[in-house]
Design a protein around this ligand. Structure first.
Ligand code: ADP
Ligand code: MG
Length: 222
């Protein structure tokens, strides 16, 4: 369950304050595929990072998987997030000086979960990147990079995957691969919250949250 109450996020800068999230409330049961949609700048990424315990709201409560990440000690929060929450970003965030295999294994021993090279091999087969395991990110196509990022998120078997426009740079074929795997993850018991500004995942979503200017304007349950 994700539960946020009166969440406001204000970014302060020399140019003045930006209210990125304005008194948001929502409750999402476990094991759903949730889509957050809205125009660029409406606060989608801010909301996702807040849900994922990475960005502390200026005010309000965030509860994820029964825990309140912002009320935890930093060490506890890191252990919780790295073992229970997987992140996938539009720009992959692969580590350039590690090979594909090393990138996939990067979250090895996160929390209390041991991750084996064998599991990495199995995931690589499923995601069709086996012949790239010894390559470096700069040698990969865009679609391959995103499949590696997905493998890295899936390998710790998190409870929740947060994906920020994971198909934003992909061709239709790779978009399908990424969506299929997110769907499969959810069908095997996980929860997915995905941000998108397109319609490619609408048909998969149990719930579509629409945002505008830092506010939730509509929640549609399919
Ligand atoms: P989206 O993901 O929907 O495109 P964001 O969540 O990235 O939107 O941003 C929401 C608003 O907050 C935007 O107006 C953006 O410029 C602003 N913003 C995001 N991050 C920062 C930051 N670190 N400092 C200042 N403003 C920010
Ligand atoms: Mg964004």
């Amino acid at each position: 369950m994700i539960n946020i109450q009166d969440v406001t996020k204000i970014f302060s800068s020399k140019m003045g304050d930006v209210v990125a999230l304005h008194e948001l409330n929502m409750q999402i049961p476990d094991n759903k595929f949730v889509l957050i949609k809205g125009p660029s700048g409406c606060g989608k990424s801010t909301l996702l990072f807040t849900l994922g315990g990475l960005l502390k709201p200026s005010s309000g409560q965030v509860k994820v998987l029964g825990k309140e990440p912002f009320n935890m000690e930093e060490k506890e929060r890191t252990a919780f997030l790295s073992s229970q929450v997987g992140f996938v970003f539009q720009s992959y965030h692969l580590i350039p000086y590690l090979t594909v295999l090393e990138n996939i294994l990067f979250s090895k021993n996160a929390g209390n979960k041991d991750v084996s090279e064998e599991q990495a091999q199995t995931l690589a087969e499923e995601l069709n990147i086996t012949d790239r395991l010894k390559h470096y990110p700069s040698e990969l196509s865009i679609g391959e990079k995103q499949r590696v990022a997905l493998a890295r998120a899936l390998i710790v078997k998190p409870e929740l995957i947060l994906a920020d426009e994971p198909t934003g740079n992909l061709d239709p074929e790779n978009t399908q691969v990424v969506l299929d795997h997110l769907r499969k993850f959810q069908q095997s018991g996980g929860s997915v919250v995905m941000v998108s500004h397109g319609n490619e995942a609408d048909h998969l979503a149990d719930c579509i949250i629409s945002m505008k200017k830092g506010k939730i304007t509509n929640i549609r349950t399919n």
